[in-house]
Design a protein around this ligand. Structure first.
Ligand code: DUC
Ligand code: ZN
Ligand code: ZN
Ligand code: ZN
Length: 483
């Protein structure tokens, strides 16, 4: 069975042109004028683009005493409904748990996915077992390792652990990733706010000012530089962090920044809403920021100093948010966005003239496919690439509403926003998962995408023994006979 997408305009990260696309066996078989096929999808008036890749999701993740509410079934359904055809989730070992053990758990959960997926592996503690298993994880096609510089006493790693793990990443040809917030300062500010009686969701924002993110981003960049490893900074939310990334890139460092659609379009005013639920539903880390930070993030996307727009989709129900009714530090951190990322970015980016269509494709799909080394299997409209495509109707509009969303939670942080630009069709490896608003996803259709390591620029030590061995003593004191 073949499918032809006819009469559309292909938009890639660097080209815009009219052609039909023939899909056969789950891949793009031909691109050109006047193609025929068994099934015809009409793309007149539409743009045919690489399906979106959301490189930052937390599906069914154990976190802050509960589990994020969207699993690989509802999460990938939401993704496809919004034009995203691949998600990259974080396999998260509990402190002390082996990486391979956590990976097996994630493979188990993701069996329900209806679009393709990959993982990043989180390094939540450090020891010889983690060191050893990192090689095995890379061997299984997971070549990016995420480190939390916040969540002290839970997921956070200290600088000595960060440096050791970054060196290991360099040695393995893997990408280092960070959640960059100074966890020590956040813990101190949180304790002080609580002691002062500041217990509501707005205190969450007070406890994580832009400086904690700017400081940690700078620190991670310097440590990555010393370890000789490329660095990807997740959820870059403020000018201080963006500035560090911008400077590093200008110095030739391999550093990438990832703003979220939430930070681009929602601001800190949300935390001062009189309704506790409204504010708590928007508690995530880093928190939403002021308008000047939003301007900085948009400028970064326009100039190329920021590379990828993601969601950090980590959805909790209102009931789960209420775990923190008397203490903001117990509100599960996270917001949804998987279904809304592409329409929101199109509306607020392409629709306002801030981004070109080609830039839209770059930051929603192609750039991350290249960074994560799965291009052009993903992120491309090329013969031989996976037929992960979205046929985008720039005239189609809707009002975002929890009542009509795919996510399992009972609200949407973008509730009431009008978006213009939505999928007419979403195709995952040749299968039409969204047909003119009708969701036809197939649970279990998704496949794991293995990614290759890249040779590192600098090679770090390769054995735990060497890493922990004392350095040779060359001079133990002053020279015997003066200088
Ligand atoms: N931030 C969140 O808001 N949720 C999940 C993890 C994170 O870093
Ligand atoms: Zn479900
Ligand atoms: Zn994070
Ligand atoms: Zn995250």
């Amino acid at each position: 069975m073949s499918t032809v997408i006819r009469n559309g305009t292909i938009v890639t990260a660097d080209l815009t042109y009219r052609a039909d696309v023939l899909v056969e066996g789950g891949v793009i078989a031909a691109i050109g004028p006047g193609l025929g096929g068994d099934e015809v999808l009409d793309a007149s008036g539409c743009y045919v683009m690489p399906g979106g890749i959301d490189p930052h999701t937390h599906l069914e993740m154990p976190f802050m005493g509960t589990y994020s509410a969207d699993d690989f079934e509802s999460g990938t359904r939401a993704a496809l409904a919004g034009g995203t055809t691949m998600v990259v989730d974080f396999a998260l070992p509990a402190p002390g748990q082996g990486l391979l053990d956590a990976l097996a758990m994630w493979h188990n959960k993701s069996g329900r996915a209806s679009c393709d997926y990959s993982y990043h592996m989180a390094v939540t503690w450090w020891g010889e077992q983690v060191f050893d298993e990192m090689a095995a994880v890379v061997g299984q096609g997971i070549t990016s390792f995420k480190h939390f510089m916040a969540y002290k006493g839970a997921l956070m790693v200290n600088d000595d652990e960060l440096y050791a793990s970054f060196r290991r990443c360099a040695d393995l040809g893997a990408l280092a990733m960070v959640h960059a917030e100074n966890g020590d300062v956040v813990a101190e500010l949180s304790a002080r706010l609580l002691a002062e009686g500041n217990r509501g969701p707005e205190a969450h924002a007070y406890s994580r000012p832009p400086q904690v993110e700017g400081e940690a981003t700078n620190r991670a960049i310097m440590i990555a530089d010393m370890a000789g490893v490329p660095l990807y900074v997740v959820h870059t939310s403020c000018e201080e962090a963006h500035e560090a990334i911008r400077r590093a890139r200008m110095q030739g460092k391999r550093v990438w920044g990832e703003p979220l659609i939430q930070h681009l379009t929602l601001d800190e005013g949300e935390y001062f809403h009189p309704d506790w639920d409204h504010a708590a539903r928007r508690v995530m880390s880093p928190p939403f920021r002021g308008k000047s930070h939003q301007d900085s993030l948009w400028a970064g996307l326009q100039s190329g100093s920021l590379s990828v727009v993601a969601t950090d989709h980590c959805a909790f129900t209102t009931e789960q948010k209420r775990f923190g009714i008397n203490d903001f530090t117990k509100i599960p951190n996270g917001t949804g966005g998987l279904e809304d990322r592409m329409p929101m970015l199109w509306t607020h980016g392409v629709g306002t003239g801030r981004l070109t269509m080609n830039e839209f494709v770059a930051v929603t799909s192609t750039n991350i496919a290249k960074i994560l080394n799965c291009y052009p299997k993903k992120g491309a409209v090329l013969v031989g690439a996976d037929a992960d495509l979205v046929v985008w109707d720039p005239e189609k509009t809707k009002v975002i509403s929890a009542g009509s969303q795919q996510s399992e939670i009972d609200y949407n942080v973008f509730e009431g926003q009008v978006v213009k630009g939505l999928p007419r069709y979403t195709m995952t490896r040749g299968q039409v998962a969204v047909m003119d608003g009708e969701i036809r996803t197939q649970e279990g259709h998704g496949r794991f995408v293995a990614r290759e390591a890249r040779p590192a620029v600098n090679r770090a030590l390769s054995a735990w023994k060497e890493l922990t061995a004392p350095r040779p003593v060359v001079r133990s004191g002053l020279p015997a006979s003066g200088v």
